[in-house]
Design a protein around this ligand. Structure first.
Ligand code: SAH
Length: 257
């Protein structure tokens, strides 16, 4: 649910949830990228406590669980996503280690220093990168890790259309070195940052939406809100294809100091 370009409140929430429930991921990413980000994290054991914040239906959480030891709590604002998340965990026989709960990233139910790892793919923009890094740090143990993906500029200069689009949608978008510096200033050693390949957007995010959009429009024929939602998602995909040299998602991995 890459909704930076239109406030989530502009659309009917139930419709949004239904639309994004039909696809495996709600933001750009891939199993390979989740595993690559995980390769930078070296402190996990069978007793580790991991949180996946803004987990959606859990596409990345299940990959994480299959490649990392420990207990994972997925948190998302929307009960529909959490129901699907817990079904997915059950289908993969991960229910003893992986639990989804409804909650908000600005009011997390963890104790100080409880977590070994905070994960968040394509979701920290909802609270803002700097605020998320700063506030979530409290829940990490010293030496614990944070791994988040966040939209970032690739170039120092860019065409006005894409600049305006993102400044309107998410004004915290910035170049990678500035994001890394923000991570440092929030109290982490920056361990790694890497750009998500284009297939994370095209094959794992936009392509699965094409047939989902057709089904959705058929079901909601004549429903203006549903049509606007699909038009918005299609516009976002077009913008990505036109301007993908200028922006993309970047994984940032840091260690609490
Ligand atoms: N991590 C998933 C979903 C990314 S989309 C993936 O990569 O596929 C962003 C997610 O953040 C959505 O599932 C949305 O419901 C959730 N979200 C939005 N605001 C939130 C909040 N305040 N607290 C928790 N989750 C939130």
């Amino acid at each position: 649910m890459n909704k930076e370009n239109a406030s989530i409140h502009d659309f009917d929430l139930d419709l949004i949830c239904e639309y994004f429930s039909a696809i495996e991921r709600q933001g750009p990413g891939s199993p390979e990228v989740t595993i690559k980000a995980l390769s930078f994290i070296d402190n996990l054991t069978g007793e580790s406590r991991i949180a996946d914040i803004g987990c959606g239906t859990g596409g990345q959480t299940m990959v994480l669980a299959q490649h990392a030891p420990g207990y994972i709590t997925g948190i998302d604002l929307f009960p529909v996503f959490i129901d699907l998340f817990n079904n997915n965990a059950g289908n993969l026989d991960l229910q003893d280690r992986v639990k989804g709960i409804v909650g908000s990233m600005d009011n997390l139910p963890f104790e100080t220093g409880e977590l070994d790892l905070i994960w968040s793919e394509g979701a920290i923009y909802n609270i803002g990168f700097r605020r998320g890094l700063t506030e979530w740090r409290e829940y990490l143990k010293e030496g614990g890790y944070i791994a988040v993906s966040e939209v970032s500029w690739f170039t120092e200069e860019r065409p006005a259309e894409i600049s305006d689009f993102w400044l309107d949608a998410y004004s915290e978008i910035d170049i990678i070195p500035n994001k890394v510096l923000q991570m440092q200033k929030a109290g982490y050693v920056p361990i790694a940052s890497f750009i998500l390949p284009e297939n994370c957007w095209i094959d794992h995010f936009y392509s699965p939406q094409v047939s989902a959009q057709e089904d959705f429009l058929e079901k909601y024929a004549g429903n203006q809100k549903a049509e606007e939602l699909v038009a918005n998602e299609r516009h976002e995909a077009e913008i990505y294809h036109r301007y993908k040299d200028y922006y993309g998602y970047v994984f940032y991995i840091g260690k609490k100091i």
